[in-house]
Design a binder for this molecule. Structure first.
Ligand code: RB5
Length: 159
């Protein structure tokens, strides 16, 4: 499939349960010439998914124009972690429609996958779709702007 990715930097990470799929996707994206940075882990030794989710969320906070891909066993743990960070919009996608809409309507900046849930072929197609779908903006921008609850509570605190 000839997919046109945007040129944004992509950070990728996982835990041990997502390692194999993370490595597969890293090699797949590198072969396509995508600018990708692997945040680890480097092998299948047991690690804690929050450590790697936080690492990627902090990178994305420092580089807001970039994108992230995270893989754990189900994708649920990584989703819980990264979505606690302001302006991180992580989308757990196991089908192509969700992957497409998470970009078009939600401007998701982190794609999350369950390495024990889906196979490599579907994961590859999800990554292709997610990286090549643009945010539609317009009314969706207004809705995305309302997500940042931490900033809302700060404003309430100002009285
Ligand atoms: C690791 O065993 C597993 O719990 C983790 O990868 C993830 O699925 C958590 O949500």
């Amino acid at each position: 499939m000839n997919i046109q990715f945007s040129s944004k930097k992509i950070f990728i990470s996982s835990d041990h349960a997502g390692y194999e799929l993370k490595e597969y996707l890293r090699l797949f994206l590198e072969a396509k010439g995508a600018p990708i940075e692997d945040l680890g882990p480097a092998d299948t030794q047991s690690v804690d998914y929050p450590d790697y989710g936080i690492k990627l969320a902090l990178k994305l906070t420092d580089h807001p124009e970039s994108a992230g891909i995270l893989v754990c066993g189900t994708g649920v743990g990584m989703s819980m972690v990264v979505n606690r960070f302001p302006r991180i919009r992580g989308a757990l996608c196991h089908d192509l429609y969700t992957a497409q809409m998470s970009r078009a309507h939600n401007d998701a900046n982190v794609l999350i996958l369950g390495g024990r849930v889906i196979g490599k072929g579907l994961a590859e197609e999800i990554v292709n779709t997610w990286l090549s779908t643009a945010f539609e903006g317009g009314r969706h921008q207004r809705r995305v702007d309302k997500i940042d609850v931490s900033e809302i509570s700060l404003k309430k605190g100002e009285g």
